[in-house]
Design a protein around this ligand. Structure first.
Ligand code: SF4
Ligand code: SF4
Length: 76
């Protein structure tokens, strides 16, 4: 099966820091950024290792706040 790649884009100010996306990402791309607080007052999710994203869309599907846009790239 060909590899798929993706680039996660996050609307950080919508995030409520629930961590669901972090828990479902199979490649450990995401993490909660405890060094900042967003406008809602939460620690927001951040892209920790974007080069590992396989574009599976799990984060986008599980996020209750529609925070993700996943840019899908051509197969390698
Ligand atoms: S698309 Fe998949 S691999 Fe990429 S950040 Fe989201 S859950 Fe992780
Ligand atoms: S699932 Fe959505 S609201 Fe929850 S931490 Fe991830 S981006 Fe933020």
């Amino acid at each position: 099966m060909a590899d798929r790649r993706g680039i996660p884009h996050i609307a950080v100010e919508r995030c409520k820091g629930c961590g669901l996306c972090v828990s479902v990402c199979p490649e450990a791309v995401l993490s909660i950024d405890e060094s900042r607080v967003n406008l809602k007052g939460y620690y927001p999710v951040t892209v920790e290792s974007g080069e590992s994203c396989i574009g599976c869309l799990s984060c986008a599907l599980i996020c209750p706040d529609v925070t993700f846009t996943i840019e899908l790239l051509d197969d390698r």
